[in-house]
Design a binder for this molecule. Structure first.
Ligand code: B4P
Length: 192
């Protein structure tokens, strides 16, 4: 199996690149952001809780996020592996993911692909998406900047963990979507 952690700041293109990676390698994507948005849309208890954090640009508490992810990994599926998109975002989530992948899939994380994009480009991309997406967390520059700040405060440390394991690969996330995908494909081919 190929189990990919797709990593990077908000708006770095994780969701966009996950779409190309799943097609290329026949993987299943699990996006915690998408799962939260699905729950918010359907007015579930989990959605209401998540919304109160997402609307402020904060991370949803680890325990809630990890339980939701675990339920998704447990669902039976025919796949060559998983793309974890937007998870882990804290050191605690990274440890939890290791256990989940070992206990449920009897496997390991293969690689952490990290998309590197300058902060000002992130703000520009997210404001542009906010014009059409209806996403409350993309509607205002202060919330976008809060998300980027939260990323540096809590999420950047996840990179250290994968670096120690020799699984961390940085890819420039600026440029045409397909060109970035080709660079990601090449990194996955190396570990296949
Ligand atoms: P996510 O849904 O994960 O969203 P994201 O970080 O905003 O986006 P992503 O990096 O996937 O960017 P995308 O491809 O869409 O998280 C939303 C919120 O949910 C978080 O802030 C947090 O509150 C909560 N959450 C999620 N996971 C959590 C967790 N594990 N723990 C706690 N809380 C969690 O691209 C962005 C834009 O850029 C798009 O408009 C796209 O078209 C554009 N773009 C992409 N690639 C481009 C390129 N190469 N050139 C130009 N534009 C590009």
């Amino acid at each position: 199996m190929i189990n990919i952690v797709l990593f990077g700041p908000p708006g770095s293109g994780k969701g966009t690149q996950a779409q190309n990676l799943i097609k290329k390698f026949n993987l299943k994507q699990i996006s915690t952001g998408d799962l939260f948005r699905y729950n918010i849309k359907n007015g579930t208890e989990l959605g209401q809780l998540a919304k109160s954090y997402i609307d402020k640009g904060e991370l949803v508490p680890d325990q809630v996020t990890t339980e939701m992810l675990k339920d998704e990994v447990k669902k039976p599926t025919e796949t060559n592996g998983f793309i974890f998109d937007g998870y882990p975002r804290t050191a605690n989530q990274a440890e939890a993911l290791e256990t989940i992948v070992k206990e449920i899939l009897n496997d390991d994380i293969s690689i952490c692909l990290s998309l590197v994009v300058d902060d000002e480009i992130l703000v520009e991309r997210l404001l542009k998406r906010g014009e059409t997406s209806g996403r409350t967390d993309d509607s205002n520059e202060d919330i976008i900047r809060a998300r980027i700040k939260e990323y540096y405060a809590k999420t950047a440390e996840v990179a250290e963990l994968y670096k120690k394991q020799g699984k961390y690969v940085e890819v420039n996330g600026v440029g045409a979507v397909d060109e970035i995908s080709e660079k990601l494909f090449a990194e996955v081919e190396k570990i296949k």
